[in-house]
Design a protein around this ligand. Structure first.
Ligand code: SAM
Length: 334
């Protein structure tokens, strides 16, 4: 089941002070895991599949002076930030707009060699959450959108206004871990008979009312919003594609690093890496996930729910090897 501490409270950056855009999560551990690549791989490509605002990418390029980095992201606005931030690295940083499900093709066409590492820092960026107009947050009112890639057809409003009650309840339960999913779905269906949902604020208020008001520390709509975001952006399928691409495309001795922000997603990564290790294709570098220490948690409360898992590829999967299936989060749930 998902933790109640979700990405809404666990985004990437420090509250107040310097711009939150400058503080990537668990970055020292990411750099250490990459620094111990074999010398041959240290001058090869590192693929940052969630380059976002370029925080991890910048630290990696500074720390590993011979490495080159291919940064991809589905969000063109994030890529623009990354482009400015990484401009000083010249040819060592290459940026491409792509989803995880397009990454295998980009890697094959653009790099011409197997990469030394894949890094995935999953979820939304602080910039996506902070801009009310993107419609991810119940904290500030905005259009009910939630698309990381504005080219996607389906917004959160379309799901909320058109799915039937049972499908909405299933979505909130399986993708958000919301145990009051039926009450939420019922309240939405009743309310939308009067007027469709167009704004995040109206949806957040409706869920809060259905759950008897806003009492605890966490906003009552947190898990419903998480579920909608996951559906709009097909995050389960995209994670499966990310893991499959890393498995297939990494160089021998190359490393896969994944940072997750809620327990459902961490469980998917954990099971996938364990299956790769059992098949003899990867060795785990983290038996237990790496988490932020007290200092990082204090400096950046948003790092509290981050978990970093890593594995090294020990043997190339040959043509006869069946890919390891990544269960989508719905499977194996109660
Ligand atoms: C947590 S942020 C990354 C922050 C980045 N590591 C940094 O230090 O600035 C996650 C990023 O991944 C991107 N993203 C999420 N799912 C994606 C997918 N399926 N394909 C490509 N990018 C994705 C989001 O648009 C967002 O910019």
């Amino acid at each position: 089941m998902f933790d109640t501490e979700t990405e809404e409270n666990a985004v990437h950056g420090a509250p107040g002070g310097e711009s939150p855009l400058h503080v990537p999560v668990l970055v020292d551990s990411v750099v250490e895991l990459l620094r111990s690549l074999t010398p041959g791989l240290l001058s090869s490509w590192i693929v940052d599949g969630t380059v976002g605002l370029g925080g991890h990418a910048e630290r990696v390029l500074d720390a590993l002076p011979t490495a080159r980095l291919l940064g991809t992201d589905r969000d063109p606005a994030a890529l623009e930030h990354a482009r400015r931030r990484l401009a000083r690295f010249g040819d060592r940083a290459r940026l491409v707009r792509a989803r995880h499900s397009e990454l295998a093709r980009i890697v094959r066409e653009d790099l011409g060699e197997r990469p030394a590492a894949f890094l995935f820092d999953l979820g939304v960026s602080s910039m996506q959450l902070d801009e009310a107009e993107r419609g991810f947050s119940f904290q500030s009112d905005g259009p009910l959108d939630m698309r990381m890639d504005p080219g996607l057809d389906r917004t959160a409003a379309e799901i909320v206004n058109s799915w039937d009650e049972r499908d909405l309840a299933d979505l909130f339960y399986y993708e958000g871990g919301e145990t009051r999913s039926r009450a939420a779905a019922r309240a939405i269906v009743e309310s939308r008979r009067r007027a469709p949902f167009l704004r995040t604020g109206a949806l957040a208020d409706c869920i809060a009312r259905a759950f008897g008001g806003h009492t605890g520390k966490i906003h009552p709509a947190t898990l419903v919003f998480q579920a909608l975001r996951r559906a709009v952006n097909q995050e389960g399928e995209e994670l499966a594609a990310a893991l499959a691409t890393a498995e297939r495309e990494l160089a021998d001795g190359g490393r896969l690093l994944v940072i997750t922000f809620h327990s459902g997603e961490d469980a998917v990564v954990k099971r996938h890496l364990a299956a790769l290790a059992r098949a003899g294709r990867f060795e785990l570098l983290t038996k237990k996930p790496i988490e932020a220490d007290q200092a990082e948690r204090r400096a950046n409360p948003r790092s509290r729910s981050a978990k970093l898992r890593a594995a090294v590829r020990t043997r190339a999967g040959d043509q006869g090897d069946a890919p390891i299936e990544t269960p989508l989060s719905r499977e194996g749930r109660p």
